[in-house]
Design a protein around this ligand. Structure first.
Ligand code: UFG
Length: 323
């Protein structure tokens, strides 16, 4: 029997790759997206409903019209800096509107939910690599909103039988290997696309945010994970929930840390183009090192990342940036 999945935020970067994969796997897909940051032409299969998850009446109609087997939620605001300067936007959308979505699920008896969480729930790491038990102590409103929803999901699981998987992404990057989809944030704040845009001549240079961190080359270390591997993990999460899996959070990364300097070097190697670099001050709230221990996802979700090298991530992202 074909599952019917509601993908909220399916026109965005990670959501659109997920929608494509769901189509490949034969799922029926409905996308709900307000197109505030997403793109209509990124929805490559299923039906797009243009609307907001804050709109309870719209949700009620949508859930009455279709029998969804599960809901996936990619419709959050994601800029850490903006969450500090405009926290209301983050609490209203990432917490309030997510609760509205969960309310519609409860109302209509949909009991499987996959939530996009983040490494930002951990705050400044106490050890590395970071496993699921690492204390959650977010240091910015963005991370706090994600952690609040994770906690609500635990409570909803116990009280209402609404089972969920929270996937804590480390640094999502890369693009569909065939060049069909990629990252299109406006403004772009993420390192990999910024460096590629500099390689493509669309930016004069890249600013490295600090080179005096306590890391091998002084620049921040992150765990970059290919967007298609992320989508695979979501697929496995759906399977886990459909088999009766209990509410649980998983870290998603490769377990390899790469510095900002190593990303710049990888872009130079893959593109064969120069990238001008300027060193700037540290960006507020950046931990020196964020690397995942994703053993639990491998074990429980049977997740197997297939594009784990930084080179593969950069190569696929370059295909998209140079389209
Ligand atoms: N960086 C630069 N120059 C830039 C942009 C980024 O040096 O122009 C550095 C950052 O300081 C950081 C690294 O590159 O050390 C990666 O930065 P990104 O902005 O690409 O990613 P973050 O690690 O800050 O953020 C990502 C997600 C957030 C999430 C966070 C923690 O985008 O949503 O991981 O999970 F909160």
């Amino acid at each position: 029997q074909t599952p019917h999945i509601l993908v909220v935020g399916g026109a965005g970067y990670i959501g659109s790759h997920m929608v494509w994969l769901l189509g490949q796997r034969g799922a029926q897909v409905t996308v709900l997206d307000n197109l505030s940051t997403g793109h209509r032409d990124a929805v490559l299969c299923g039906r797009l409903v243009e609307g907001d998850m804050a709109d309870a009446a719209l949700l009620d109609r949508l859930f009455a019209q279709h029998r969804f087997d599960a809901v996936m939620h990619f419709a959050s605001c994601i800029q850490v800096g903006e969450s500090v300067s405009d926290p209301a936007k983050y609490y209203v959308n990432n917490v309030g509107n997510t609760l509205t979505l969960l309310g519609a699920m409860r109302e209509h008896g949909v009991r499987q939910f996959v939530f996009s969480s983040t490494a930002a729930v951990f705050g400044e790491p106490l050890y590395s690599p970071i496993d699921e038990q690492h204390p959650r102590a977010p240091i910015n409103p963005y991370g706090r909103t994600k952690w609040m929803i994770e906690q609500a999901l635990d409570d909803y699981g116990h009280a209402y039988g609404l089972r969920s998987v929270s996937l804590r992404y480390f640094n999502a990057a890369g693009a569909h290997p065939d060049g069909l989809l990629g990252e299109r944030h406006e403004p772009e704040t993420h390192l990999v696309p910024l460096v590629l845009q500099a390689a493509a001549g669309r930016r004069p240079h890249v600013t490295v945010f600090g080179c005096d961190y306590d890391t091998p080359d002084g620049t921040c270390v992150r765990d970059y994970i290919h967007v298609m591997d992320l989508a695979e993990a979501h697929w496995q999460a759906l399977r886990y929930l459909s088999e009766g899996g209990a509410t649980r959070a998983f870290n998603l990364g490769n377990g390899d840390g790469y510095s900002v300097q190593q990303v710049v070097d990888a872009v130079r190697a893959v593109t064969g183009r120069p990238v001008a670099v300027q060193v700037g001050p540290r960006r507020a709230g950046d931990p020196a090192r964020l690397v995942a221990n994703a053993a639990l996802a491998r074990e429980v979700l049977r997740w197997r990342p297939r594009h784990a090298s930084l080179e593969a991530i950069v190569r696929d992202a370059w295909r998209w940036e140079s389209r």
